[in-house]
Design a protein around this ligand. Structure first.
Ligand SMILES: *Cc1c(COP(=O)(O)O)cnc(C)c1O
Length: 382
């Protein structure tokens, strides 16, 4: 079967293209009506009280830390398996990042290791819903209450994801979403932060646009005024209406996209569960994951192949995969953060790769991935 399978293809519908063209023809390209509508619709979808559209998830994580009052002398704990954004924002603010191991089976923050790392200086914890699999939010909430730190969810993968029936977005103090090109909802580049706290929401709204006390929308609109004040030192982190128009169309199809990824994940799970060349990945039983990523974990003890070589063999069969993520302490910038090591993260990193999973994947492409993976694994059995 000569089928080529890319790692990801964004699903952009005709109506989304029409909406973006509508904005291009409207004469208003920056933050305005589309952005504010997108925010309202995103809040309604996730069940969050406030949603603020931003230029990226990295910007969302940064502003969440600012809103939580993080600064020099504070410690912020992040899992060692995540994208580097989760860590870099801590350093922006002169705070001290502390790395924490992840659970072997869910790849989400390990509560036992986290408890060891909490100190009186811990000001925030940024758990990551790896692949869309929500963290143990009850345990995190109880630790946040006991030790009074801010709970900032890196929900870059978690749209839509559910924890005990509640959608990710209204569970943590702040939830940060990514609309990067490969994410479940894409605007090319973009992000969103949600919170239940009206004052923090107002602060973040102001910080995203230079700290000025009204939006450019008001400044340039007919009913607006040129006058404004700057009451905070802010950032240039707003979203524009072109991105927002695309985002609104994407948002309307999120449940449909989720169901497509779920059916692909089901087929993968069924095919690989009986295969002793792999070790299954767990979704928390009280959760429903977005399946933004499908992690495949090689049972190295039963195979005569490394993860790196296996990825090359798949590529030779025209299947593109990826690895999420290189543990943060492996980077030269961050190898001073190794501490006593992260045994689960190392175990995962030796074994894990991410298989293609995207809504427009054809049955033939899914079958090709399953066939190729199982054939290669059988060939490499020890
Ligand atoms: C993609 C990603 C980010 C960063 O998102 P941007 O929108 O590109 O800033 C942060 N955290 C995780 C876990 C991600 O996968």
């Amino acid at each position: 079967m000569a089928v080529s399978v890319p790692f990801h293809v964004p699903d952009i519908g005709e109506s989304e293209i029409e909406s973006v063209l509508g904005v291009l023809k409207s004469g208003w390209l920056t933050m305005g009506k589309e952005t504010f509508s997108f925010e309202r619709e995103f809040a309604a979808f996730t069940g969050a009280s406030h949603a603020i559209a931003l230029s990226s998830c990295t910007a969302a994580l940064h502003l969440a830390l600012v809103a939580a009052g993080v600064g020099p002398g504070d410690e912020v704990i992040v899992p060692v398996i995540t994208f580097v954004s989760t860590l870099e924002v801590v350093i922006y603010l002169g705070a001290t990042p502390v790395l924490c191991d992840v659970e072997k089976d869910t790849h989400t923050i390990d509560i036992a290791d986290l408890e060891q790392k909490i100190t009186s200086r811990t000001k925030a914890v940024i758990p990551v819903d790896y692949s869309g699999n929500p963290c143990d939010m009850d345990a995190l909430r109880s630790l946040a209450d006991t030790h009074s730190f801010a709970l900032i969810s890196d929900a870059a993968h978690a749209l839509p994801s559910f924890y005990k029936g509640k959608m990710v977005g209204s569970i943590a103090d702040y939830s940060c979403f990514s609309f990067y090109a490969t994410k479940p909802l894409t605007t090319g580049e973009g992000g969103m932060i949600t919170t239940e706290d009206p004052e923090k929401a107002a602060l973040i709204r102001q910080l995203r646009l230079h700290g000025i006390n009204r939006d450019a929308w008001n400044r340039y609109a007919k009913e607006g005024s040129w006058m404004y004040d700057v009451t905070q030192n802010g950032y240039k982190y707003n979203m524009g209406d072109l991105q927002a128009a695309l985002g609104r169309g994407q948002l309307a199809r999120q449940m449909e996209h989720l169901e497509k990824r779920e059916s692909i994940a089901d087929r993968y799970n069924r095919a690989f569960s009986s295969c002793d060349g792999t070790i299954s990945y767990s979704v928390r039983p009280e959760s429903r994951t977005s399946w933004h990523i499908y992690p495949l974990r090689l049972n190295l003890e039963a195979l005569s192949v490394t993860r790196d070589r296996f990825i090359e063999e798949l590529r030779e069969h025209d299947i593109t995969t990826s690895v999420h993520f290189i543990p943060l302490h492996h980077f030269s910038m961050h190898n001073a953060l190794t501490g006593d090591g992260f045994p689960h993260a190392e175990w995962i990193f030796d074994r894990v790769l991410s298989l293609p999973i995207f809504p427009s994947m054809s049955d033939e492409q899914v079958a090709c991935v399953i066939d190729t993976v199982t054939t290669l694994l059988n060939k490499r059995r020890r």
